[in-house]
Design a protein around this ligand. Structure first.
Ligand code: SF4
Length: 286
C-alpha cells in the first residue's frame, strides 16, 4: 500500500513537471512565433514568463487542491474503516461476553440445582432418621410399658436357675404335672397365671418361676396380654401330660409274670385275660 502510494505521488509529480515544461515550451514557442512574425521588444519575454509562472501556479493550486481533497477522502475512508473495525470488534466482544455470561449463568443454575437436590436428599435423610428414632423411642416406651415382673425375673435368672427351679418340700414332677393338667383344662384359651397361682396358693415369684420352668420344658407357652390396664401372661398348654389316673388299678402294676410279658412273647397283653378283664371294667365305669 505504502509503495503504491509513493509511486502514485512520484508519478503525479512527474506529470506535473512534464505539464509545466509543456506549458512553458508552448508559451515560449508561441512567443517566439509571435516575435518572429512581429518582432517585439525584449521586455515582452518577461511578461510571458510571468504569465507562464502564473498559469503554472494556478495549475499547481488546482492539482494541490485535488490532491488534498483526495487525501481527505482517503482519510475519511480510513476513519470509516477503522470505526467499522472497532464496531465489529466491540460487537464480537459483546457477543463473547454475553456467551460467557450465559455459560456462567447456566453453570450457576446447575450448581444451584445440584445444591438444592443435595439439601432435599439431606432433609429426607434427616426426616427418615428422625422418624426412625421416634419409632424406636415409641417402641422402647411400648416395650417399657409392656415390661412385667416375669420379664425382669427372666433377665435376672440364669437358665440353670429357671430349669432347676425347686419348691421346698414339693415333688416338682407331680407339681408340674398338676399345673399342666390345670392349664390343659382351659384348652387353647389358656388361663391367666395370677388366677392359677391363687388356686395353687403360690407366691407371684414362685408361680412366675414355675411358669418359666414349664415353658423351658416345652409344656406350655406364655402369651403376653393387657389385663385391667396391666400387662401379664396367659398360660396355654402345649403338651398334655400322661395322667397316672389312667393306669391306676391296672393288673400289670402287680402282675407276678410282668418280667416275662412282652408283645410278641408267650405271655403277652394280646392274650392276657387279666388285662382284658380290667379294660372291660374300666370301659363299663366310664
Ligand atoms: S398284660 Fe397280663 S401278663 Fe402281662 S403284665 Fe399285664 S397283667 Fe401281666
Amino acid at each position: 500500500m505504502g509503495n503504491d502510494k509513493n509511486v502514485g505521488v512520484k508519478k503525479e509529480k512527474g506529470i506535473r513537471k512534464l505539464t509545466d515544461r509543456i506549458s512553458f515550451w508552448k508559451a515560449k514557442s508561441q512567443a517566439d512565433e509571435e516575435e518572429r512574425h512581429s518582432p517585439k521588444p525584449k521586455p515582452k519575454l518577461k511578461k510571458i514568463k510571468a504569465k507562464t509562472k502564473q498559469a503554472k501556479n494556478k495549475k499547481f493550486q488546482v492539482i494541490e487542491a485535488q490532491r488534498k481533497a483526495n487525501e481527505a477522502k482517503k482519510k475519511e475512508a480510513r476513519i470509516k474503516v477503522e470505526a467499522q473495525r472497532k464496531a465489529n470488534e466491540a460487537k464480537i466482544e459483546a457477543q463473547r461476553k454475553a456467551k460467557k455470561a450465559k455459560i456462567e449463568a447456566q453453570r450457576k443454575a446447575k450448581e444451584a440445582k445440584k445444591k438444592e437436590a443435595r439439601i432435599k436428599v439431606e432433609a429426607q435423610k434427616k426426616a427418615k432418621e428422625e422418624a426412625k428414632k421416634k419409632e424406636e423411642e415409641a417402641k422402647k416406651k411400648e416395650e417399657e410399658a409392656k415390661r412385667t415382673y416375669e420379664d425382669e425375673l427372666e433377665e435376672q435368672l440364669s437358665e440353670e436357675e429357671i430349669t432347676g427351679f425347686q419348691l421346698e418340700k414339693t415333688d416338682m414332677d407331680k407339681m408340674c404335672n398338676r399345673v399342666c393338667e390345670m392349664i390343659a383344662g382351659y384348652e387353647t384359651n389358656g388361663t391367666l397365671q395370677s388366677e392359677l397361682w391363687k388356686k395353687l396358693k403360690l407366691s407371684s415369684r414362685d408361680g412366675s418361676r414355675l411358669a418359666l420352668k414349664l415353658e423351658r420344658m416345652g409344656m406350655i407357652t406364655r402369651e403376653k396380654i393387657l389385663e385391667k390396664e396391666r400387662w401379664t401372661y396367659k398360660l396355654i398348654i402345649k403338651k398334655i401330660p400322661v395322667s397316672t389316673k389312667s393306669i391306676e388299678g391296672a393288673p400289670c402294676l402287680t402282675c407276678p409274670v410282668q418280667s416275662k410279658c412282652s408283645i410278641d412273647g408267650e405271655i403277652s397283653p394280646k392274650t392276657c385275660q387279666w388285662i382284658e378283664d380290667w379294660v372291660m371294667i374300666e370301659l363299663k365305669n366310664k
